[in-house]
Design a protein around this ligand. Structure first.
Ligand SMILES: *[C@@H]1O[C@H](CO)[C@@H](O)[C@H](O)[C@H]1NC(C)=O
Length: 352
């Protein structure tokens, strides 16, 4: 990569970074737990390294293995959060994920809520993908991808999933970036069964970066993702519990706990979309969203009923659902390097 282009990109990135509100402690007003209080190693044990105080954990990917952890309990509804600092430098093909799923229990009807961080070639930003599956809707992926308004490798940022019966909100720090609300048309595609929390780092060479064009290069390993500020503020419910009105029965202690938690969740500040938050969300999406299933007419000729098609937003996307980029004038005559795709988007932001 040309040094000059890299420096320009960094300068632009710095300008964008300074306009993003820093995470204030206590926004969610929920106390983080120690790793062992809520989580247990899932795979790649040797590559899972707890901090001395047990409050944070590093997940490592090297040429031998990735690693991951899983919550000890499953939850139906709640606020789930982790601060994550992503691996630095050349991270093409590396995937870091923080997500909820019940895929191991329900092969055909699983639910899932994802944050997936997709590594990139040097000098480019990580991308974040969110996705929602409900009741086995795997043929109806609802992926969205975004660039980040900050350098996610220089410090930790908080990534949160709020899941209630009334809405799902993905947060980055204090900014809501996506909201999903249940509707009749969405039906069972809205997740409703208990799920476990997962955090993993793995080799996604096959698809993570530019559709698999850039593989993991282990010359740059180990790749280390740091997880801290772990929040599991949810209603604990066995994953296979037949959920019905009965599961929230006041007669049963768990039901009582869940009913109380659910009603407190519904009125929590972070569950309520104020006009200010909605505006912040729109602004984030206008500036940073680089792919939306709602605009991917090649995959979904008819947009899902739950899509909120914003014409001014739609104009910025190709039929593939990917953002159009604005080629820079001074590079017009040069051979286009596909690894610069993101820079064009960043440039465009700077022009706004
Ligand atoms: C989930 O899918 C199963 C199997 O297709 C179906 O029987 C069930 O009614 C669905 N549940 C919801 C909530 O839509």
């Amino acid at each position: 990569m040309g040094n000059q282009a890299y420096l320009v990109a960094m300068a632009v990135a710095m300008m964008v970074i300074s306009s993003f509100p820093a995470p204030a402690m206590g926004f969610f007003n929920v106390t983080p737990i120690g790793f062992d209080e809520g989580y247990t190693p899932l795979f790649g044990d040797g590559n899972l390294v707890r901090s001395e105080d047990g409050r944070s954990v590093n997940l490592v990917l090297n040429r031998y293995s990735g690693s991951g952890f899983i919550s000890s309990d499953s939850y139906r509804y709640g606020l789930f959060s982790a601060s994550v600092k992503l691996p630095f430098d050349y991270t093409a093909g590396v995937v870091v994920a923080f997500y909820m799923s019940n895929g191991d229990a329900f092969e055909k009807t699983h639910d899932e809520l994802d944050f997936e961080f997709l590594g990139n070639v040097r000098g480019q930003e990580w991308k974040v993908q969110t996705n929602v599956y409900g009741n086995g809707s795997t043929s109806r992926g609802r992926e969205e991808r975004y660039l980040l308004p900050f350098d996610p490798t220089s410090e930790s940022h908080q990534y949160s999933i709020l899941w209630t019966p009334e809405n799902i909100i993905f947060y980055i720090d204090e900014t809501p970036i996506r909201e999903v609300t249940p509707s009749e048309t969405m039906g069972g595609d809205y997740p409703s069964k208990p799920m476990l929390l997962y955090a993993t780092i793995w080799d996604g060479s096959a698809w993570a970066t530019a559709g698999g064009r850039y593989k993991v290069n282990y010359k740059y390993s180990p790749f280390v993702a740091e997880f801290s500020e772990l929040i599991l503020h949810g209603c604990q419910m066995p994953i296979l519990q037949q959920f019905s009105a009965n599961s929230l029965d006041d007669d049963n202690e768990d039901g009582q706990h869940c009913a109380e938690l659910e009603s407190s969740l519904l009125v929590a500040d972070y569950a309520v979309m104020t006009p200010e938050k909605r505006q912040a969300m729109r602004k984030f999406r206008e500036h940073y969203m680089t792919y939306s299933y709602c605009y991917d007419v090649l995959r979904y000729p008819v947009a899902f009923p739950d899509c909120d098609i914003v014409p001014s937003e739609q104009r910025r996307f190709l039929e593939s659902g990917n953002i159009k980029y604005t080629p820079r004038k001074h590079r017009k005559s040069k051979r286009r390097d596909p690894s610069f795709e993101n820079l064009d988007v960043v440039d465009k932001e700077a022009d706004l």
